[in-house]
Design a protein around this ligand. Structure first.
Ligand SMILES: [Fe+2]
Length: 283
């Protein structure tokens, strides 16, 4: 019997009573999809999924999505290893600022699943922020100002002209391809997007990939982005997950931001990640 424990008043729920190693019944699969829409992030302890089991779970939420730029496992092109070795100190970490995954693509992924293989004794938490509530919390004037506006997203960590030093963006254990001119192309997405299934509106902007608001001049764009970011990850819309080996976390990439906390130098951290698609551009 499935049970649900919200982990904050805004976002995230821990799901118990489910064995994700087995194929889900259509009822349980439907219930999980509904719970994801309601809570944006689902946490399940002690699952210890194999890679085939994780891929099967992924398909409950959408077709497997092959991530560009990040090297997949040699024999599993749909799975990436999110890895930082104990020997990698003083480096950045994959996902180490608030972001929505690959928001610079015309069709960003709908969501992802992480399965924890090896976790530091302490540290290495992940935070998620509810962008439906972030939008709802905006002052009326600010909300009015961004209505109908679009933001420019660029894959700057992966591109050429904007590419920062590699070490500042990810540890050496994550193999990324850089210098792709396609990643430097501006992609326009609405600042407020509508979830294709729930119809809920969410703020859609992040400091890794968003460079400016298209309709504003540079000064106003920076000022408005700074104001939006204040609401995007204020503690009232966040949850923070302390990983244990065997954990499975599923999140909706359309209505959340996330942040990988890099506070575990000297420890190895390994998670397997799969990603699902809805095949739709933000609307
Ligand atoms: Fe990420």
């Amino acid at each position: 019997m499935m049970h649900v424990r919200p982990v904050t008043g805004s976002i995230g729920a821990e799901i118990g009573g489910l064995d994700l190693c087995r194929p889900l019944s259509p009822e349980d699969a439907g219930a999980l999809r509904q719970l994801l829409m309601r809570h944006q992030v689902l946490f399940c302890r002690r699952q210890f999924l194999t890679i085939p089991q994780q891929k099967r779970l992924n398909v409950v939420f959408g077709p497997l999505y092959r991530l560009p730029y990040v090297q997949a496992l040699a024999d599993e092109p749909d799975v990436i290893a999110v890895l930082k070795e104990a020997t990698e100190t003083n480096v950045g970490v994959f996902g180490g600022d608030w972001h929505s995954d690959f928001s610079f693509l015309k069709i960003p992924p709908a969501g992802s699943i992480l399965s924890a293989v090896e976790i530091p004794v302490v540290g290495g938490d992940t935070l998620w922020a509810n962008q439906i509530h972030a939008l709802a919390n905006l002052p009326t004037e600010l909300r009015r100002k961004i209505a109908g506006q679009t933001a420019v997203h660029i894959g700057k960590p992966y591109g050429q002209t904007e590419a920062p030093a590699m070490a500042s963006r990810a540890g050496a254990s994550m193999r990324m391809s850089r210098g792709d001119p396609a990643a430097d192309q501006e992609v326009f997405h609405p600042l407020i997007r509508t979830h294709p299934e729930s119809g809920q509106e969410a703020l859609f902007v992040n400091p890794i990939y968003t460079t400016r608001i298209a309709g504003f001049d540079a000064v106003e764009s920076s000022a408005v982005l700074a104001e939006l970011y204040h609401y995007a990850w204020q503690p009232e819309v966040c949850c923070r997950w302390q990983w244990q080996a065997g954990d499975v976390v599923i999140w909706d990439n359309r209505t959340t931001l996330h942040y990988a906390v890099n506070d575990y130098d000297g420890y190895r951290r390994l998670l397997h990640r799969t990603t699902f698609s809805d095949g739709l551009p933000p609307a």
